[in-house]
Write a protein that binds this ligand. Sequence first.
Ligand SMILES: Nc1ncnc2c1ncn2[C@@H]1O[C@H](COP(=O)(O)OP(=O)(O)OP(=O)(O)O)[C@@H](O)[C@H]1O
Length: 469
Amino acid sequence: MSHRPLPPGRRVGDWEVTAPIGTGGWATVYAGRRADRGDDTADDVALKILPTEGLAPRQARKVAETARREVELARRARHPRLIPLLGSFVLSEPGDPFLDGAIVLVMERAERSLRDALEDGATDGGPTEAEAGRIVAEICEGLAHLHATGWVHGDLKPDNVLLMADGSVRLSDFGLATELTGDRGTHGYAPPMGTFDYLPPERWKAPLGEHGVTVRPSADIWALGIIIHQVFASGASPFPGATPVSRAASTQEYAEGRAPLRMDNAVPPFWRALAADCLAPTHSARAAHTAESLLARINARQDARPEGAGSGGKAGRHRLRTCAAVVAVAVCAVVAGWASVLHDPGSAPPPGPGSAPNGRIRVFNVERSCQDRQDRNAECSLGLAIDPLRPYTIDNVVPARVWHDDVLAVDCQLSHGVPIVDETGTWSADWFRVRLPRGSARPTAWLPAVRTKDRPALPVCPRPTPSYR
Ligand SMILES: Nc1ncnc2c1ncn2[C@@H]1O[C@H](COP(=O)(O)OP(=O)(O)OP(=O)(O)O)[C@@H](O)[C@H]1O
């Protein structure tokens, strides 16, 4: 496809191009601002322009489908970790065949992509361990939301991980995003496209059916594993090779058991283990590691570490700018809270084996290694949501945590919250409203139904007012 660069000052609808940012397979992205605003930069945006000029009808349909996916996902899955789409339109420029019929997506503008940051790292040393960890955590937040709302990104790579001026992450480029279908929303179908270096091994052998190839959330988890390695290893892939094709061959060798997974020594042990789980060679081995469970592990680790630990390493170099320590939010006060609820005669009885008595539910953690532990280890803790209509991520949980076998006082049940998938792939949109210990900042919080085996008869909760920020 031809990409004719647009000069600064070129008007596009109500917007004006200020500078080119980059070109992908189907689109060119420009920095832009609202036209007729003089030097006012308050409306700085990114304009993604997908020309359709000169394309065969099939290709033009593909471009339109790409744009449709981006718009649909942006409309239905808004989240602080996804780049907001501010608008979209089709250009009518009869005098300019190149732009006539082009699709324009207007997005919030990021400062740069993670790809740019990794490339800059070759000269400036790259992010510190703490910064790299925060970036990975924020990618997980975005993925956890996408998967919980029934989408697979389908083209996760550093080019599509954008960094805002404050350093925070936004996932972008949803042109290959796939909506999950199937009985339990476990998979979807996508065109047989993607970026070689980030495709999971099973994709190379996936049969092409009439709807495309089967795509599951575990494909994004594989791509995340590659990104984790790259973030800590100055952009290097864990699979050796000078070209994407030779790296794909190395990936197959590993997936077929002919070569071990070899990671760069620069990847610290915790992140190495996390990346190795993401890079489990088959979909079924990878499925246990959801974005949500990976995020929980990262959060638990943050909590277990003394303040400031791990943030040194590459200190003193130019860094990716950090925002507030988002990953710490959900795990603060991990040890405060539930033990006292259980022994508070006004809220719930002490735990015991079996199912919980009426008005109570018993927490169930599907991670087997957590079921036998009594030490209330942070890694085995589970979060309670503030708002069951918002993504179940770090900015939407109360400080108190719960553990396997805890018994919680429950008021009512909601059947259409955000769907949650547990580590075994069990899925439910049901949530229980549970009472928090006396003295907590809020009286109640929400436990997803996949985190308990109990199904008590309960009144339906009034639908909470969405608290989306
Ligand atoms: N909202 C944005 N703000 C700043 N930069 C952006 C924004 N959206 C995209 N970019 C950058 O613009 C470039 C082109 O993006 P685009 O999504 O078209 O293609 P790509 O992801 O590089 O390629 P492809 O999807 O075809 O493989 C990328 O480098 C990307 O990082």
